[in-house]
Write a protein that binds this ligand. Structure first.
Ligand SMILES: [Zn+2]
Length: 475
């Protein structure tokens, strides 16, 4: 078995476009010598004229920097992985020419400048920094506002949505006057009003395996504010492959999580969760709800961690998972270890390029719960003809208080298995919930229990209020 060498994207053109190579060697020096003999176009990128490794190229044996080991004499064994990690696109630590501050900026940032941990040098680092926010929603909102106010020179934003009324309860970057307009346009206007010194770079697109590396590569720090698993794994893997820190936050109902995933110095998201939960198991915010202040707290923590990474100040959340419980107002912290078998940042990674994350997360495959559906207008017509039709509302009682369809029977999904006796096995049954996900699970339960004529209302009560009865409020 040979030694595996991971070639970073910027150097791949010099090794025939390959990301992974295998060579036999007993030391790092011998390995790099063989590599550059086989691929001589690579040599000037790794070595200075005097034969020394260039200072902006770091070499890691497995997870250890050879500068902390025996430099080029560091031994390598079969099965080891050697990573070549050049500093790319400035990088916060290697930016040599920091931009100067104008008089206006000196005044604006005066409360930063008198902090010894920031000072003029730190403020110039912030001005030189480029932070990418993936998502301009609940988490991206406070992060964008604070990073702009703090004077981060360039903010990149990736989003493809328009501002919707249901966003405004938590997405404080956007206002009522912006409903129906692009989130990025809304964000740009607000950011420039807070701080006209900030340059925005907007990417009005869904982040995909095709565009992620090109977009992320140009930034120093990535803040992940996404609300879905495919994008979260995509951002993680792209950050690991590019050697970027990924400031992570996630929220659900009253609970939040935050960490900094930086594979060079600690674990990545996949070390924590190697695989996503099956689709449908974890409800989205649209399905499960989220308290409006919660993303404000978690997104602000993401902004704080991004600033600390740029400034090199304090102790970052690398290797720690912060858990926040808003109802109990409690922060807890878990230590995160790097997983040596991590498929993307471990010693023998199996993920060496971006994959199909939709498929990885089981989306697009057969849904976990399948069954016949009925549209809202079809249900209205059939119900009129057949008053014996039983429509079961499987939502929670507090949701029924918000909106309900007249004539339905409330049996929450969690209680359904124990209350099957309340339903007539010969009746035609239609299950409904908010958007049509839980009602499919209910359908599955009923069919498993022998109910033969069950259908699920497609799009739930939301579709009912849109297409049948506008007097039922949407939520
Ligand atoms: Zn990992």
């Amino acid at each position: 078995m040979a030694v595996t060498i991971l070639i970073p994207t910027p150097l791949r053109p010099f090794v025939d476009g390959r990301g992974v190579l295998q060579l036999e060697a007993t030391s790092v020096g011998e390995l790099l010598e063989r590599l550059t003999v086989e691929h001589d176009a690579l040599r000037p990128h790794l070595f200075a004229d005097d034969g020394r490794l260039r200072s902006f190229v770091n070499v890691y044996v497995n997870d250890r920097d050879i500068r902390q080991l025996s430099q080029k004499e560091t031994p390598v064994r079969p099965g080891d992985t050697v990573s070549i990690v050049p500093s790319i696109a400035g990088g916060t630590a290697v930016a040599t020419e920091l931009p100067k501050l104008s008089h206006e900026e000196i005044l604006r940032y005066s409360r930063h400048l008198i902090l010894p941990q920031v000072g003029p040098a730190g403020q110039r680092k912030l001005k030189a920094a480029r932070v990418l926010l993936v998502g301009a929603g609940g988490l991206g909102s406070p992060a964008a506002l604070y990073l702009a106010a703090a004077g981060v020179g360039t903010l990149g934003l990736v989003d493809f949505d328009v501002v919707d009324k249901t966003n405004l309860q938590r997405q404080i970057l956007h206002g009522t006057s912006k409903i129906g307009t692009s989130k990025l346009e809304s964000a740009k206007e607000r950011i420039h009003d807070i701080n006209p010194n900030v340059r925005t770079e907007t990417f009005e697109t869904r982040l995909t395996s095709e565009n992620a590396l090109a977009i992320l590569r140009e930034f120093d720090v990535v803040a992940d504010g996404t609300d879905n698993f495919p994008t979260r794994y995509l951002v993680n893997d792209a950050c690991v492959l590019l050697g970027k820190p990924n400031v992570y936050g996630s929220i659900f109902r009253f609970e939040g999580q935050a960490s900094v995933f930086y594979a060079k110095e600690g674990p990545c998201y996949r070390c924590l969760y190697a695989e996503p939960p099956p689709p449908g198991l974890v409800p989205s915010c649209a399905e499960g709800g989220v308290l409006g202040v919660l993303p404000g707290i978690i997104g602000s923590i993401q902004a704080l961690e991004a600033l600390k990474l740029i400034l090199g100040a304090g102790e970052s959340l690398i290797g720690r998972l912060l858990l926040f419980d808003a109802l109990r107002l409690q922060f807890r912290e878990l230590r995160l270890e790097k997983d040596p078998a991590c498929p993307v940042c471990g010693g023998n990674p199996t993920v060496t390029e971006l994959i199909d994350y939709e498929a990885f997360c089981g989306i697009g495959a057969a849904p976990a719960y399948a069954g016949p559906e009925i549209s809202a207008s079809q249900l209205a017509a059939e119900w009129k003809r057949n008053s014996a039709l039983v429509v079961v509302d499987v939502r929670e009682p507090h949701e029924r208080e918000i909106a309900h369809i007249e004539g339905t029977t409330l049996i929450p999904l969690s209680e359904l298995p124990g209350r099957l006796g309340e339903l007539d096995g010969h009746a035609e049954i239609v299950t409904h919930c908010h958007h049509g996900v839980r009602s499919m699970k209910a359908l599955e339960i009923l069919r498993a229990a022998g109910f033969g004529k069950v259908r699920s209302l497609q799009g739930g009560i939301d579709a009912w209020s849109v297409t049948v009865d506008p007097d039922v409020p949407r939520y």
